[in-house]
Design a protein around this ligand. Structure first.
Ligand code: SRM
Ligand code: SF4
Length: 557
């Protein structure tokens, strides 16, 4: 489908209705109409097919095994016990029996049939959740650092993330009409969205709020990263980082990941208007002729910070003040136990690549029923159990271990810092495995780390099945990006705290070549590292790779 066609479909969708209602009723296929695959994304729904059986279906002259992915929006990753229990039940009834925690603190169902979509959506609506704007050319799930009970600044940041999410949710009632009421509304026209207008944004848009020293949301990878600034234990405001993004295409040097740039400081009450000003700037100036050049990162990179600051003043009346000092120490999740301000405890549960199968779901259900209160989903595909009484901590650990979920003893720092995107068999864009392969590769890395005596070293490892970068691989101290089955581009040298991109060091490498390279690096790191030096910083200092200063250098080896 051409990029201009996508724009036409959006503009003529009558506020995201398209012909979805009819598509769902078509008895001749398990798919929806082509144009509706554009619109369904705004409703959080992707048409996919099971790639494991593609060939065999083709040979049998059957249409692909169409199925759907549904993404539930979870602003700031906050999810109540009742909501979790409902999501879990729905995975069994309408999904493939798994729940997938995403790299943006949302939840995905895979393998849903077209016929089950309405019931599934009604199930999530019944517990006050939705999938509207979980995908599509609008603002996506707003991310937020996930330790809200650890202090007032964290709690205030989450509150703002939820308000921002509500503020930027499209105004259309199409989601309710189509999925909940099941009604076909005959409209010649519909009102334009007050923020997005008629054609919505040129491309997806992403916002997150970080609370230093944690950069778990990878603030520099967001279209807008807000950084909460603390003063006297209260939220003083936010630094604004604008124009980050990960996606690129192999062999197309005009596409590249970019770090956002720090453009100033705002008061808390200015957050909504400034975010809206940046969103509408992108709405008006983003490239609608070329979706590969349509993200806000290119809109800004082609212009300047001064231009953006002017747009913000014109649109919101807010003049940004100079950015305040802050420091990020890590972009991974904080693992293990932490005490909350109410004297209860939180535990960050490591969920390998975010996938919860039946055994893990059952373990979590036991915990959520008896030992823990609400949940928080993390930006690194993990989850945090909150409200655990001090005397129940060892019970919790035992149940987690029995459910093959965690165990402080169970997983190495390498594994806990590794993240893969979904890729095969559901992602239509995957060029290589990611989620299904990374666990084995990490085992090989663990062996190498043990051989060199660096098994206690946390190293951020990010793998994506294609260059779109859904696991934010260009911010991995080691990044792996799929090129073809069994072949990856290997990247090195991002910082541990997420403020420097890595660089390609080996193209199209198979497992043997990857292990050979990593073995050499681990050996040098073990022998030459400085005190408390992180792996990515070492790689740059030792000259294993040259640091990047602009994203356009990431893919030049
Ligand atoms: Fe992503 C497309 C999965 C986070 C950049 N992403 C996709 C699709 C929907 C494939 C498609 O378009 O057909 C994938 C569905 C796979 C499946 O079977 O479930 C997919 N993306 C994911 C998730 C589930 C990865 C994960 O393992 O957790 C993440 C869901 C996030 C959420 O809850 O909203 C996910 N995707 C990201 C991120 C990371 C982030 O947002 O922090 C990025 C990089 C940041 C960015 O946007 O720049 C990301 N996804 C992309 C892109 C490239 C966009 C670009 O600018 O070029 C695509 C392809 C596209 O949009 O054309 C994409
Ligand atoms: Fe699919 Fe590529 Fe995203 Fe992985 S990075 S989920 S393969 S689009």
């Amino acid at each position: 489908m051409s990029d201009l066609n996508v724009e036409k479909i959006k503009s003529e969708s009558r506020a995201l209705r398209g012909t979805l209602h009819d598509s769902l009723e078509d008895p001749t296929t398990g798919a929806i109409r082509d144009a509706d695959t554009v619109i369904s994304k705004f409703h959080g729904i992707y048409q996919q097919d099971d790639r494991d059986v593609r060939g065999e279906r083709r040979e049998a002259r059957l249409e692909p095994l169409y199925q759907f992915m549904l993404r539930v929006r979870v602003p700031g990753g906050r999810i109540s016990r009742e909501q979790w229990q409902a999501l879990d039940r729905l995975a069994e009834e309408y999904g493939n029996g798994t729940l997938r925690l995403t790299s943006r603190q949302a939840v995905q169902y895979h393998g849903v049939s077209r016929e089950s979509l309405r019931e599934l959506v009604r199930g999530i609506d019944a517990v006050g959740m939705d999938s509207l704007a979980a995908c599509g050319d609008v603002n996506r799930n707003v991310m937020c650092h996930v330790q809200p009970e650890l202090g007032p600044v964290q709690a205030a940041a989450l509150d703002w993330a939820e308000r921002l999410s509500a503020h930027l949710t499209p105004s259309t009632s199409a989601w309710k009409e189509i999925w909940i009421n099941g009604e076909k509304v005959e409209l010649d026209d519909a009102e334009d969205d007050p923020v997005y207008g008629r054609a919505y944004l040129p491309r997806k848009f992403k916002i997150g709020i970080a609370v230093p020293p944690h950069n778990d949301i990878d603030a520099y990878s967001q279209d807008i990263g807000f950084v909460a600034i603390e003063q006297d234990h209260r939220l003083a405001g936010f630094n604004v980082i604008a124009g980050g993004g990960m996606g690129c295409s192999h062999g197309e040097p005009d596409t590249f990941p970019l770090l956002g740039r720090l453009i100033g400081f705002i008061e808390p009450e200015q957050l909504l208007v400034v975010a809206e000003a940046i969103v509408t700037t992108q709405r008006d100036f983003g490239d609608r002729t070329n979706r590969k050049h349509a993200r806000f990162k290119y809109t800004l990179d082609d212009r300047s910070t001064e231009w953006l600051l002017e747009q913000i003043v014109q649109r919101s009346g807010v003049e940004l003040k100079p950015a305040r000092p802050f420091e990020f120490t890590q972009s991974s999740d904080r693992n293990g136990w932490a005490e909350s301000t109410d004297g209860r405890w939180q535990y960050t549960v490591f969920v390998e690549n975010g996938r919860l199968g039946p055994a893990q779901r059952a373990g979590l259900n036991r915990l959520i029923g008896h030992h823990a209160a609400d949940l928080r989903l993390t930006p690194n595909q993990n989850l945090v159990l909150t409200g655990v009484a001090a005397d129940q901590r060892s019970d919790v650990e035992q149940i987690l271990q029995a459910a093959e979920l965690d165990g402080s003893a169970g997983h190495s720092p390498l594994r806990k810092h590794a993240m893969a995107c979904v890729a095969m068999p559901t992602c239509g864009l995957a060029m290589a495995e990611a989620e299904r392969y990374l666990p084995d590769l990490v085992t090989r890395f663990e062996e190498l780390a043990a051989r060199h005596g660096i098994e206690d070293q946390p190293i951020n490892i990010r793998m994506s099945g294609c260059p779109n970068g859904c696991s934010r691989p260009y911010l991995g101290e080691i990044g792996l990006v799929g090129r073809a089955p069994g072949r990856y581009n290997l990247y090195l040298g991002a910082s541990f705290n997420g403020d420097r991109l890595n660089r390609l060091v080996l193209a199209n490498a198979d497992e043997a070549a990857i292990l050979d390279a990593v073995d050499g690096w681990f050996g040098r790191f073990a022998a030459e590292r400085g005190r408390a030096e992180t792996f990515g910083n070492f790689a740059v200092r030792a000259g294993l790779v040259a640091a990047t200063s602009h994203g356009s250098e990431v893919n030049s080896a």
